[in-house]
Design a protein around this ligand. Structure first.
Ligand code: C5P
Length: 398
């Protein structure tokens, strides 16, 4: 699977003779599985018709910052947030200078400022313009900000000059774009992740559950997807948005989560159990709302199935990762759980600390497998998830 598969790319086209090649860039990006939206500057439309780009990309072309119809569809901020990559090809000398100064006088300029996505530019200009100290300083400034510069190519130019400044060939632009997502560490791997709490009914209106937010499981799903995996999330009831571009299976009880996990893990490569499964459920679930009776009441509970153990047992070739929330002797208890549940690795954290773990945005964990342990010091769950996925991919997945 290509590292551009499922990636959302805004192709920015600025004015220059090379703009005709951006049609080819759209095609090549799509061949790699990317979802492409085109944004053109007014000057670009002098070189290639927006209709051509619309037909190729299969979506309306965005060009005007003040177009109320386009803004009503996908506004420029929304578009900026939507993207994984802003790729500007061709990028004219003028547009590059505008980027350096953070100008937002065009739709593309505004998107450039608003996007959290990676940014890459493929410059295209006359060789003398490219070699001018101003252009070179501008390129240097963009590079220092983390913008990827693709090319330019050398050769005969449209004006007859020979030298550097031609836009890179579409093939090599697309391959450079692909290498920006070269965390294709889990390309083609199938991962199932359980997340959130489970809810165990007592009667039609009451249940037993816990405060798990689902954040850690969802962050792992996003990180695994970004690493190229095909991800299925089996989640209990949570109030945060489902991770995008993952198959999402919503469940309620531990039994539902077990059924969905066994069904999806059968053809997976990796199973990560990040859910906080209720340990017990009611022995019988009342059909009607249970009435108040006397000062005390007793509820009879029975043990829930252990999902991660059942999945590990049913799928001997699967790499299974569990979590362990402990309040003391974290590593000792976690290691015991690793053996008992037949896991490939366990991620342990100390839940006696209130600023990390359960329902918090940060976490600090120890990765423990049969031969080693690695400490991941306190960081955001998003960053931690990326680091865990990278560690898992590099060390455990063949
Ligand atoms: O036994 P304990 O609940 O501490 O184990 C935690 C790990 O086991 C987590 O990975 C959790 O998702 C998983 N688990 C499970 N099914 C259960 C209980 C825990 O999959 N019934």
């Amino acid at each position: 699977m290509s590292s551009l598969s499922n990636k959302r790319i805004i192709l920015g086209v600025t004015g220059g003779i090379a703009a005709y090649k951006s049609a080819e860039v759209v095609r090549r990006l799509q061949d790699q599985g990317a979802d492409v939206r085109v944004v053109m500057t007014p000057a670009a439309s002098e070189f290639i018709r927006p209709l051509t780009m619309q037909a190729l990309s299969g979506h309306p072309v965005h060009s005007d910052l003040l177009d109320s119809e386009a803004e009503a569809g996908m506004g420029h901020i929304e578009l900026a947030r939507w993207a994984d990559l802003l790729l500007i090809a061709p990028a004219s000398a003028d547009f590059i200078a505008n980027m350096v100064h953070g100008k937002a006088d065009s739709l593309l300029g505004a998107i450039h400022l608003a996007t959290p996505a990676k940014v890459a530019v493929a410059p295209a200009m006359n060789q003398a313009m490219w070699s001018h100290p101003a252009s070179l300083a501008n390129i240097d400034a963009l590079e220092q900000r983390g913008v990827t510069i693709i090319g330019p190519d050398q050769g005969i130019q449209a004006c007859g000059d020979i030298g550097p400044g031609r836009m890179e060939q579409p093939d090599s632009i697309v391959s450079s774009a692909g290498s920006l997502f070269q965390n294709g560490l889990l390309s083609g791997k199938k991962i199932v992740i359980t997340a959130g709490p489970t809810r165990e009914a007592l009667d039609p209106v009451r249940y037993i559950s816990n405060h798990s937010s689902g954040k850690m499981g969802f962050a792992l799903a996003t990180a695994a997807r970004d690493a190229g995996a095909v991800v299925t999330v089996v989640s209990g009831p949570v109030s945060i948005a489902a991770p995008e571009r993952c198959t999402f299976i919503s469940v309620v009880s531990a039994q539902d989560m077990l059924d969905a996990s066994l069904a999806t893990a059968a053809d997976a490569d990796i199973f990560i159990a990040a859910a906080a499964v209720a340990d017990y459920r009611a022995t019988t679930v009342a059909d009607q709302k249970i009435k108040k009776q006397g000062d005390n009441m007793t509820i009879s509970l029975e043990k829930n199935p252990d999902i991660v153990s059942a999945v590990a047992l049913a799928n001997p070739g699967l790499f299974v990762v569990g979590f362990a929330a402990e309040t003391q002797d974290v590593e000792t208890y976690a290691r015991d759980k690793l053996q008992r549940k037949n896991l490939g690795a366990i991620i342990a954290n100390d839940v006696s600390l209130t600023d990390i773990g359960f329902n918090a945005d940060d976490n600090e964990v120890i990765w423990i497998d049969r031969s080693s342990s690695v400490i991941f010091s306190k960081r955001s769950k998003t960053q931690l998830a990326r680091d865990i996925i990278e560690h898992l991919a590099k060390n455990q997945v063949s």
